[in-house]
Every structure is written in structure tokens, then in C-alpha cells.
Design a protein. Structure first.
Length: 482
């Protein structure tokens, strides 16, 4: 029987003595005895902290004392019943109370790291948002006032500048090389305890969070708490691979689920902020949804991957390039779109005006489409009023499609022919259809009346993708008639 002896590695220089290569802190399993016992050598982060810690800074951002007549909304005014209050808490210290200085001014505390010897520093946008007095405390206790070069709320990245030279800087790594299960470490100031080090593993990559369309978060189990915001996440080579940004918590404290912004995303934002003071992202001008297993079958795909286009904005780059509702984007410039959340990240990383080649799945075949990306302002959806489906007759009226478990009402309501769901049972109910939904298309074939719907349904086979309008949104649902 194999036995294991766990030995901590103390005092070893894992980074080498020259500049030609860096040795990685790895977990090694080596046979040591004839009886088959092994020694497992676990990573020691002491050398990493010694080498990289000086480039990590503490940040204090304050604003003027609050005017008693100021009735503006703050975090304390967000009701605790709000689902986002409980779901994700930004790393604001001592939530839900806002910390105050002795003079009554509100202040935020966080972390950051130096990316250039002349004083450029990365942190989170929410650490300095709305703050005018920003201070940076270095590892050697020197303190500097900082200028906010720019911030990007969408990626939660901010770029600061202090007037200093010959500063220690971090080494930038490649988040794409990270693997779930890999060791990582964070340095920051949780709850104000500066130069604190925590370690753990990468739990997952490419996490998509609510209202965060452009950031494929790195999920870890590294202990991250208020005050760690904006601090670096290191791999075992001593390279920064992410910026610690968010925690999943109902209490405001660490619960084993933390999220970091990949450093390549952050550096792209920082470069734009430094050059132009703002961030521009390429846009297609489409509304997309995830390709579920049932939808993949209904569209004839072998596996559930890609981004399904549920709506194309008028006059958008996608519309001008000929993209259609029901197209499934499989790759961008040869890079696979594994999940729908990949597409905004991949497109948003490119500047407006860039021409991209999309591989799409359309009506059972692969095709390529070239699209010249627009900007966010050009492709923002209009404020279309949600259709009013409340005036249709009672659910027992209309025509019945027994095999689908549907009762539909056909009418020229609001000046155009429409098919409104009056009742759902069986397959339709399992597919997620609801009373009041408007059926727009079967697959990529538009339907407006009973004859058109029945004909399209018969031609679609047993797995049928239905395009539905619900309120102001459109989405595909997979109707299984087997």
C-alpha cells in the first residue's frame, strides 16, 4: 500500500538565480523508498511573497464630507430584499455600513499593484468610483497622492498614476494558461490588514456573472475579503494572472467563491485608458442566448456549443453583414465559441472598425460571414415598447395543435398578423412556453397564421426550435414532439 509524506518546502529559491528562466512552484510526487512510499512536495509561497509583495499597494479613496441636504442614493439605501444585494457584494469595506474618516468624509479601502516603474497602478474601478482624494501606500510605507487616469465600470478596472520612479513592478502572466485545480495566491489588505497573503486553487475559468458581459472571470477558492479589491492574483511563477474583484457572499465575508478579472482583459483596458482616457469595444449588434442540449438537437448540431442569435438590431453591423435570427456563431477568427458568454468577450476585446470572420451554423450547414464591428453607441437597442398581449380572448379560444400541446390565437392585433399562445400543455409546457408568448418563427421560417405554423411544424421534424417574443425580449425554445 502506498503511503504519503507531506513536506513543506522552506527557504528554497524556486525562481532561479538568473533572468533566463523562472522555475515554477510545482507540486511533485516522487518515489523515495523501496516499499513504494512517496514524498509529496507542496508549494511554498514565501519566495513569491518576498519577490512580488513590494509591487502590491494599499489604496485609500475618499470624497468630501457629505452634505446633510444631499439626498443622493448610496449603498445603504439599497434594500436588503434586492436579489443583487444578497447575490453579489462588491468588495466595499465593512458593508453594509460606509466607513468614514474623522472629518466625516466617506472613504473606500482597497488594494492595487504597480505595472510600470514610473508609477502606473491597476486597481478596481469600484474602489475609486466617485472619489476625489486617492492615496497610495507602498509596501515600504511611502505614501503618494494618486491621479485617476481613467476607469471602466463595465470591466471594473481603473488606472492610477503616482509621481514616482524606479518602482518595483509585477510580472504579467497569461490567464489562458491557467487550469482548474492550479495553485494561485492573492496579496492585499483584507479588512485593512495590509500585506496579507492567502492561497488556494483555480476553481473554474470563463465564469459569466450577472450584468458582466465583457469579463470571463476566474473563479477561485482563495480567501478574498473586503479590502482585497483590486489586488493581484498570482500564479506559481510569480506572475499576475488576475485582479481580485468580487465575492459570492451573503454576509460580506469569504465563503470559498471569489472572482478575478483576467489580467489580459485588464491590461487591454489599461492601455486604452492610458492612451485615450476611455474604453471602446467592438459590437455586432445582436441579442444572443445559450445553446442548450435540446436546442442543439433542434438545430441539428452534434454538441451544445456556440451563441444562438435571438435578435438582430436594425442597421447594426450584424444586419449589414447579413446575419440572421437563428444563426449560431461557432467561432470568431478561428477561435471556438464554446458558450454564448464567450462571444461578447471575444468581440468586445477588439476595437470598433475591426473586420472579423464568423463561422456560423445556418439551416443545417456551416457558413462564414465577415462583419465589420461597430461601437456600443451604434448598436444599442432601441426602446421598443413591449407588445400588449393582454387583449386576446380567453385561453379556450383559438386553434389547437394537439401534438404540440398548444392552443394558439391568430389575430391581426396591433396592425400585423400574430400568433399568440393561449394555452400550453404537454410538450409546449415542457419546452417553457407560456400563455401570452408570441410565436414569431419555427426555426428560421417566419409564421403568421395557422396554415403557416402547421406547415412549418410538419417540416421541422421532432425537435423544433420556436422563436418566441416574450415582453420586450425574443428567445428560442426547443419543442420536443417525440
Amino acid at each position: 500500500m502506498l503511503t504519503a509524506s507531506l513536506l513543506a518546502l522552506g527557504g528554497c529559491n524556486f525562481f532561479g538565480s538568473d533572468d533566463t528562466a523562472e522555475k515554477e512552484l510545482v507540486q511533485r510526487i516522487e518515489p523515495t523508498q523501496n516499499d513504494g512510499s512517496v514524498q509529496m512536495l507542496l508549494p511554498d509561497f514565501a519566495q513569491l511573497v518576498q519577490n512580488e509583495g513590494p509591487a502590491v499597494v494599499n489604496i485609500q479613496a475618499a470624497k468630501a464630507p457629505r452634505n446633510s441636504a444631499d439626498n443622493s442614493m448610496d449603498l445603504n439605501q439599497v434594500p436588503e430584499s434586492d436579489p443583487f444585494y444578497e447575490f453579489f457584494k462588491r468588495l466595499v469595506p465593512n458593508m453594509p455600513e460606509i466607513p468614514q474618516d474623522d472629518d466625516g468624509s466617506e472613504s473606500n479601502f482597497g488594494s492595487g499593484f504597480i505595472i510600470s516603474p514610473d508609477g502606473y497602478i491597476l486597481t478596481n474601478a469600484h474602489v475609486v468610483s466617485g472619489m476625489g482624494n486617492i492615496k497610495v501606500l507602498l509596501n515600504d510605507k511611502r505614501e503618494y497622492p494618486a491621479k485617476l487616469i481613467g476607469s471602466d465600470p463595465q470591466s471594473d478596472v481603473a488606472l492610477l498614476k503616482i509621481e514616482a520612479n524606479e518602482l518595483p513592478v509585477v510580472k504579467i502572466g497569461n490567464p489562458k494558461d491557467l487550469k482548474p485545480g492550479e495553485w494561485v495566491a492573492a496579496i492585499g489588505a483584507p479588512f485593512g490588514f495590509d500585506n496579507s497573503v492567502t492561497a488556494g486553487i483555480v476553481s473554474a475559468k470563463g465564469r459569466s456573472l450577472p450584468n458582466e458581459n465583457y469579463t470571463p472571470f476566474i473563479q477561485t477558492d482563495v480567501a478574498i475579503n473586503p479590502g482585497n479589491s483590486g489586488g493581484p492574483l498570482f500564479n506559481l511563477k510569480g506572475q499576475v494572472v488576475g485582479i481580485n474583484s468580487q465575492i459570492y457572499s451573503r454576509s460580506g465575508g469569504f465563503m470559498g467563491i471569489s472572482f478575478a478579472i483576467p489580467i489580459d482583459v485588464a491590461m487591454n483596458v489599461a492601455d486604452q485608458l492610458k492612451t485615450t482616457g476611455k474604453v471602446q469595444r467592438g459590437q455586432l449588434g445582436v441579442i444572443i442566448q445559450e445553446v442548450s442540449y435540446d436546442l442543439a438537437k433542434s438545430f441539428g448540431l452534434e454538441k451544445a456549443s456556440g451563441a444562438l442569435i435571438a435578435k438582430v438590431m436594425p442597421n447594426s453591423p450584424a444586419a449589414q453583414a447579413g446575419l440572421q435570427v437563428g444563426d449560431i456563431v461557432r467561432s470568431v477568427n478561428g477561435e471556438e465559441v464554446r458558450a454564448s458568454s464567450d462571444l461578447p468577450v471575444m468581440v468586445g476585446a477588439l476595437p470598433p472598425g475591426t473586420e472579423v470572420t464568423l463561422e456560423i451554423w445556418r439551416k443545417g450547414e456551416t457558413a462564414t460571414v465577415k462583419v465589420k464591428l461597430g461601437s456600443t453607441a451604434q448598436t444599442t437597442a432601441g426602446n421598443d415598447a413591449a407588445p400588449d398581449n393582454s387583449g386576446f380572448p380567453a385561453e379556450t379560444q383559438g386553434f389547437v395543435v394537439e401534438e404540440a400541446g398548444l392552443v394558439l390565437q391568430s389575430s391581426a392585433h396591433s396592425g400585423r398578423p400574430r400568433l399568440i399562445v393561449s394555452r400550453v400543455t404537454g410538450p409546449a409546457e415542457r419546452a417553457g412556453l407560456k400563455r401570452g408568448d408570441e410565436i414569431i418563427a419555427v426555426g428560421q421560417l417566419a409564421v403568421e397564421d395557422e396554415a403557416g405554423f402547421r406547415s412549418a411544424l410538419a417540416a421541422a421534424g421532432k425537435n423544433v426550435p420556436l422563436l418566441v417574443q416574450r415582453g420586450g425580449d425574443t428567445l428560442f425554445l426547443a419543442l420536443n414532439l417525440q
